[in-house]
Design a protein around this ligand. Structure first.
Ligand code: NAP
Length: 236
């Protein structure tokens, strides 16, 4: 199925966001990515934005609307980690992660919702993490910000569900990107031992689930948390 709807992916210059943007291009969507540095994949429009700055996001959305049309699908993907144990975690470690991962999602989705309400159609897809519901030592800031996305999508579903808009959460497990490459080798080995699939995933395996959630086949799915984690988080 091909569609020329407009998609905006935050943090589409690398990692999972880049793979998501590539998939949408392959499926025929008109795709824009936000990037603080670098460029999105071939066939995408790159706009500059920092998700901690509402004004930069507003300008980015306006540019996308002018060049491609109203945004029908938004993927809130940009995210950071600042891992350390609770007693060592500074206010800044906590605030910066929450402001990027949760606050960034708020700013992006708020701006996107205007056009979706006008169109009476929209897809909101939030990239969370298995650790949001599973928990993770050393990630109080990160896991809290990711768990909050579940409440976000469910509240949004209750607010906008009758307007043709769905909001879902994708919760990846261990995906091979710069974020996970930064983890110590023994942490990576321990993760791998605990994953029923016995392997890590590629970013493209997350992208396929995201494009499916954006499709007409997923029109009646909202407020869901879809794990893409090889079974790591089952029951959480
Ligand atoms: N990798 C995993 O195993 C995994 C697992 C579960 C969930 N996730 C989630 O998946 C998402 C993508 O992760 P990834 O592994 O692809 O990470 P990554 O390779 O580190 O890429 C992060 C992306 O977010 C962007 N970003 C960070 N802060 C931003 C800000 N303030 N404003 C705008 N963009 C910003 C980065 O832009 P710059 O290039 O400009 O820094 C980059 O494009 C994140 O939300 C992450 O929490 C990842």
């Amino acid at each position: 199925m091909s569609t020329d709807r407009v998609v905006l992916v935050t943090g589409g210059n690398r990692g999972i966001g880049r793979a998501i943007a590539e998939r949408f291009v392959t499926e025929g969507y008109r795709v824009a990515v936000t990037a603080r540095s670098g460029e999105g994949p071939e066939g995408t429009l790159t706009v500059r934005a920092d998700v901690t700055d509402a004004a930069s996001l507003d300008a980015a959305f306006t540019e996308v609307e002018q060049q491609l049309g109203p945004v029908a699908v938004v993927v809130a993907n940009a995210g950071i980690t600042k891992d350390t144990l609770l007693l060592r975690m500074t206010e800044d470690d906590f605030d910066s992660v929450v402001s990027t991962n949760l606050g960034g999602t708020f700013r992006v989705v708020k701006r996107a919702s205007k056009g979706m309400l006008r169109a009476k159609w929209g897809r909101v897809i939030l990239i969370s993490s298995v650790v949001g519901l599973y928990g993770s030592a050393g990630q109080i800031n990160y896991s809290s910000s990711k768990a909050a996305l579940v409440g976000f999508a469910r509240s949004l579903t209750r607010e906008l569900g009758a307007r043709g808009i769905t909001a879902n959460v994708v919760a990846p497990g261990f995906i091979e990107t710069d974020m996970t490459a930064a983890l110590p080798a023994d942490t990576q080995a321990e993760y791998q031992r605990n994953i029923p699939a016995g392997r890590f995933a590629t970013a493209d395996e997350v992208a396929g689930v995201v494009t499916w959630l954006a499709s007409d086949d997923a029109a009646y799915i909202s407020g869901a948390v879809i794990p893409v984690d090889g079974g790591l988080g089952m029951g959480h």
